[in-house]
Design a protein around this ligand. Structure first.
Ligand SMILES: NC(=O)c1ccc[n+]([C@@H]2O[C@H](COP(=O)([O-])OP(=O)(O)OC[C@H]3O[C@@H](n4cnc5c(N)ncnc54)[C@H](OP(=O)(O)O)[C@@H]3O)[C@@H](O)[C@H]2O)c1
Length: 294
């Protein structure tokens, strides 16, 4: 499979970044969490809509798709949609997944033990229909901000699967700087995926560290889809000046923040997808950016 990115397509308008130094992607990517359900408690979405969104994303030049086996609601499983929509996969498509959380006996997620990680990786291989995974994050902790728990045993278990050839690159998610350093002492860390948006910049120092080390920084909830929504009133003037939506401005601000920033906005809507990919073409001025921060 060739590792190329079509730089003439809209998703690459803000440039490309090579994850792990050898997996080039358009900087504007896509997250699948909203395909099975639009909200955390909402109804199941139509799988055919999810398949249409994934195919359109790739047509628009998206070649970095972020997913997880635990993005599912009822019978609708994000990884299945990715496989049904896109396999046989086009050359240059990078599918990132994450392991760590497993459903607990009472419903909520708990953390996998190191010994359970192989099975979770194998679930992703099977669901996605691939013989190796491009990028696997160890997803740490619960819904809250990083708590500083030790991750060495679990990251070492994933590093062993990487050595076996089941995984090409490793990442860490929902982590603090000390946990990134702990992981790095075991194996290379190609990407960090943490909550971050235009007004939720607590990880600015970690972002700078990622830029210094050539590590991808993948912001989850880039549109404020989590517990920390964006105050969009602060984005309205800039949006009007660029003839853009506030969501586009939120994404353009992330793309402007660092060349290692790879947003993965999630949506189950074709209209929102096209809007989000359009953000890659918006060039904010330094004055715009200064006016947006929370
Ligand atoms: N590592 C982690 O712990 C973690 C946690 C959460 C998410 N993630 C990853 O990060 C990705 C991004 O996060 P996310 O999808 O939860 O949140 P998000 O991108 O911040 O926001 C998604 C929400 O915004 C809406 N939306 C999307 N585009 C829009 C637009 N142009 N205009 C108006 N509304 C829009 C979506 O609704 P519609 O679907 O109706 O458009 C959805 O409700 C996920 O898909 C997942 O891959 C990772």
């Amino acid at each position: 499979m060739t590792n190329t990115t079509n730089t003439s397509l809209p998703a690459a308008a803000a440039g490309t970044f090579a994850i792990g130094g050898d997996l080039p992607v358009a900087r504007l990517g896509f997250g699948t969490m909203r395909l099975p359900t639009g909200t955390f408690t909402g109804p199941v979405r139509d799988p055919e809509d999810g398949i249409a969104v994934l195919r359109r994303a790739v047509e628009l030049g998206v070649n970095h798709i972020d997913t997880a086996s635990f993005y599912r609601r009822g019978d609708v499983v994000a990884n299945d949609l990715v496989r049904r929509a896109l396999a046989p996969y086009p050359g240059g498509l990078v599918i990132a997944t994450k392991v760590g959380p497993v459903p607990g006996p009472d419903g909520p997620f708990r953390q996998a033990t190191p010994g359970q990680l192989r099975g979770l990786v194998e679930d992703n291989l099977r669901e996605l229909g691939v013989d190796h995974l491009d990028l696997v994050y160890l997803r740490v902790g619960g819904q809250n901000a990083p708590g500083g728990e030790p991750i060495a045993d679990r990251f070492a278990a994933l590093a062993a699967l990487r050595d076996e050839g089941l995984i090409r690159h490793l990442g860490v998610s929902n982590v603090d700087a000390a946990q990134v350093a702990e992981a790095r002492s075991i194996a290379p860390v190609a990407a960090v995926q943490n909550a971050y948006h235009v007004q939720a910049t607590a990880d600015a120092a970690l972002l700078a560290e990622c830029a210094r080390t050539g590590t991808a920084f993948v912001p989850f909830f880039p549109l404020g889809g989590g517990l920390d929504p964006i105050d969009t009133t602060r984005l309205e003037k800039t949006a009007a000046r660029h003839g853009a939506t506030v969501q586009q401005v939120a994404l353009a601000a992330l793309l402007a923040a660092s060349p290692v920033m790879l947003p993965i906005p999630g949506t189950g809507s074709l209209t929102h997808l096209e809007e989000n990919v359009g953000a890659a073409s918006i060039q904010l001025t330094p004055e715009d950016i200064a006016s947006l921060a929370g």
